[in-house]
Design a protein around this ligand. Structure first.
Ligand code: AMP
Length: 482
């Protein structure tokens, strides 16, 4: 997962990009970067750490220009090496290009091999560099970004929301299935394209709309234009954005994430037979789900755990035992709320089960009589290949265990997940318009030996003149997956 942003604003962009990245920090905490263009020179700064750790005022002041792009990274492919920090930038035929990407390509290895056979060298281990190369390859032939993006949509497999700065123009596009989010907003003196609407809000902008799956957006000093490059019979929006990843105050593909989570919580409370004293969230990820549960069940909402807001990622622990105890510093049970009580504890998801096991342990040590775990996602059965950092099947606790086995393993008095049907109804979209690969093991595109419910994609861009010969193999593979 990653957060991406592009801004064109007559008044300068570096401080706005910084604010937008701050608003998108939840999408990636490993590294951050900004590239701007001042009409002649590309300025950039990137580094490992949080946005607040990577940038300071004088650095931002040195990033001059009225267009720019930014990125926060949460690596799903590529190692944690400085070369992989985005924006990925290069010069090509006198033009300055900076590429930012959110998503995960599933045919990176094939594409890299094709390029390498031609003698192309790669400086990073990211799929973003492959996108940069594809764009440059097509720009070399036709010279136009519309053709370059059409070329990308023909060749790339997987998920990709991309924002590119090409000298003084920002181009942004979303894969034909719209797997990862992307939206646009109006700023007082320009426009923004970004992963989530909270970045538009952070700049006091006006949300315009989500970028459509398969759509290309162009932003510069003169304004904003849109062009549909590809159309799928059904999109495949990621359900995990609604469950966990997006900020609760974002509107993603027309749905306020907070309300989706509240509705999930309401659905979770249906047909309950337990008699609980209070509903508590696992902070912060379970808050909106727990509020929905409490509203519908009429069981009082009471925080049973308080999160230490100031515990950073760099908290130093001398021993393994101390590291395992770190959960006590991060989360402290409110003994007065849970002692001798039957508690419904609500979280968004169980991945490996470690968090739930530790938190339930804390609640029991604090004297809770019963801890009923309620989860705002269906059981996670399969890995995500499309941009959410999720472990392999072996590490996913629910992939080979029954509900009862998972309950025992995490030590809960009872365990229930929301059903897939209730999740889809809470999101309020047609089930065929969502990617539920992590819940069912059926993905919206062909990935290795995994099961696939294919979408048909039509390319509708105009003057396509790609050097298809070079990518013949890959193009054929893609055609055969339709
Ligand atoms: P686990 O201990 O592996 O079961 O992790 C579950 C917790 O991690 C839940 O409380 C979620 O809020 C959070 N979570 C879920 N998915 C992710 C993810 N892809 N990256 C980081 N945290 C996650």
């Amino acid at each position: 997962m990653c957060g991406i942003v592009g801004i064109a604003d007559a008044g300068g962009v570096s401080f706005s990009l910084y604010s937008a990245l701050y608003a998108l920090q939840h999408r990636g905490q490993e590294s951050a970067g900004i590239a701007t263009f001042d009409g002649a020179v590309l300025h950039k700064h990137k580094g490992q750490g949080l946005v607040s750790e990577v940038f300071d005022e004088s650095l931002l002041a040195s990033l001059e220009g009225s267009v720019g792009v930014g990125h926060v990274r949460y690596p799903t492919t590529g190692e944690k090496i400085p070369e992989n920090i985005q924006p990925f930038n290069f010069r090509f035929r006198g033009k300055n290009i900076a590429v930012t990407h959110n998503g995960n390509l599933t045919n990176t290895a094939d594409l890299k091999e094709t390029f390498e056979k031609r003698g192309q060298i790669f400086c990073t281990t990211t799929d973003t560099e492959v996108i940069g190369n594809l764009i440059a390859d097509e720009l070399r032939i036709s010279g136009g970004m519309e053709d370059a993006v059409l070329h990308c949509m023909r060749i790339l497999k997987g998920s990709y929301s991309v924002v590119v700065m090409l000298d003084d123009v920002i181009w942004a596009f979303r894969d034909p299935l719209g797997i990862r989010p992307l939206c646009v907003g109006k700023l007082p003196n320009g426009h923004i394209v970004c992963s989530e609407s909270v970045a538009v809000d952070a700049l006091n902008g006006t949300f315009i709309r989500d970028v459509r799956p398969g759509e290309l957006v162009r932003i510069d000093a003169t304004g904003i234009t849109f062009r549909q490059i590809a159309v799928a019979d059904h999109p495949a929006h990621c359900v995990f954005e609604y469950i966990y990843f997006a900020r609760a105050d974002s509107v993603v593909d027309g749905r306020l994430v907070y309300d989706v989570r509240r509705h999930i919580g309401q659905a979770l409370s249906e047909n309950e037979t337990i008699c609980a004293d209070l509903v508590s969230p696992v902070p912060d990820s379970g808050i909106a789900h727990a509020i929905g549960y409490s509203e519908a069940s009429k069981i009082p909402y009471r925080e049973g755990l308080i999160k230490n807001r100031y515990m950073g990622r760099t908290f130093i622990m001398p021993t393994q035992e101390a590291r395992e105890n770190a959960v006590r510093i991060k989360l402290n049970p409110v003994k007065g709320h849970v002692l001798d009580k039957s508690v419904v504890l609500v979280d968004d998801s169980i991945v490996r089960g470690t968090t739930s096991r530790r938190i339930i342990g804390l609640m029991r040590e604090a004297g809770a009589a019963e801890v009923h775990m309620r989860i705002g996602s269906p059981a996670l059965k399969a890995p995500c290949y499309l941009g959410v950092d999720m472990p392999t099947r072996k590490e996913l606790i629910a992939s080979d265990k029954s509900n009862e086995e998972v309950r025992k393993s995490i030590g809960a008095s009872s365990l229930r997940h929301v059903s897939i049907e209730a999740l889809i109804s809470a999101i309020g979209m047609d089930k065929n318009d969502l990617c539920v690969g992590c819940l069912t093991g059926v993905y919206p595109l062909a990935i290795g030996c995994e099961q696939c419910s294919r979408r048909r994609v039509e390319l509708i861009g105009g003057t396509y003149q790609s050097n298809l010969g070079v990518f013949k193999e890959v193009s054929e593979a893609r055609t055969s997956t339709k």
